[in-house]
Design a binder for this molecule. Structure first.
Ligand code: OMP
Length: 273
């Protein structure tokens, strides 16, 4: 099995953070139905939109996270947009494909070939419900996955009550931090600190601020690691990319990314004083 040759997600994240001190992950949830009217008539609307959004937000992004669902929903054209998007993002910015996969070994290997060898993303999101079968192929390739641990949706409480989130966090301790991070939803306010303590040294991907209502300052205070790097990525999708649906969508996205990055820097600095 070919190992991932390029610099791994873990190192790309650390270097990008040190270079621009931003923990912002721009979510490319480029839902065709939500695109500005002016873009919808182009040959490949999602690609045209993404290119403009990436150019507008590049200075503030620590990482990008396209969500596979929105590309599949636009058929072959959407997949073409996804390939073009991943290729367009500069190599020093890590790309996380949000695909939430988790399956038996040979199926996992097919997914991993598709995403790491063909599409060439730096990391994926992974659903651990099937057990360790889903983790080993990632580690064997020296790839990187964010394991769903405590999600941002309302029904995540079902798993919390069963102690699943803590179980997954404890289970992760047997796997290298260079290969596995964890997803912790920003809406899980009461549990973020506990999860961070169980996941020391690991990169946490935190979705759920903005449109889903998670509180940015609390999240940053509780989720940041005690090391030199906060080891967090705070994802925002709709509130950035659809900040405006008019002709000014690129400047509106840039302004939203700038504002969020500044708010995050302030909150992180305040915590360290
Ligand atoms: O894995 C994810 O990224 C994810 C996990 C989770 O618990 N909650 C969650 O919202 N997400 C994803 O994060 C993004 C959130 O988008 P916004 O609510 O528009 O910022 C979407 O792509 C979701 O699929």
């Amino acid at each position: 099995m070919a190992k991932i040759a390029s610099k791994s997600f873990w190192y790309k994240y650390q270097e990008r953070y040190q270079a621009i001190k931003s923990v912002l992950c721009v979510g490319l949830d480029s839902d065709f139905s939500q695109l500005p009217e002016g873009v919808k008539n182009s040959e490949n609307p999602i690609w045209e939109f993404n290119k403009t959004i990436i150019e507008a937000t590049l200075d503030y992004a620590c990482a990008y996270k396209p969500n596979l669902a929105f590309y599949l929903a636009d058929g072959i054209r959407g997949l073409d947009a996804l390939y073009k998007t991943v290729e367009f993002i500069p190599d020093n910015l890590p790309v996380i494909l949000d695909c939430k996969i988790g399956d038996i070994g040979n199926t996992m290997n097919a997914y991993l070939s598709a995403f790491f060898a063909e599409l060439k993303v730096d990391a994926i999101t992974l659903n651990p419900l099937m057990g360790s079968d889903v983790m080993q192929p990632v580690q064997d390739r020296n790839a990187f996955a964010f394991v769903l641990c405590l999600t941002s949706n309302p029904s995540a409480a079902d798993f919390l009550q069963e102690g699943m989130a803590e179980k997954i966090a404890n289970w992760l301790q047997d796997y290298p931090k260079e290969n596995f991070g964890a997803v912790i939803g920003a809406t899980q306010r009461a549990n973020i600190k506990t999860m961070r303590n169980l996941l020391t040294g690991r990169i946490l991907l935190i979705p759920g601020i903005g449109a889903q209502g998670g509180d940015l300052k609390t999240v940053l205070q509780e989720a940041k690691d005690s090391s030199e790097t906060p080891n967090i990525l705070v994802n925002s999708s709709r509130s950035i990319i659809f900040a405006s649906k008019g002709k000014d969508f690129a400047t509106a996205a840039r302004e939203e990314a700038r504002k969020l990055t500044q708010e995050m820097k302030n909150a992180l600095n305040r915590g360290s004083n």
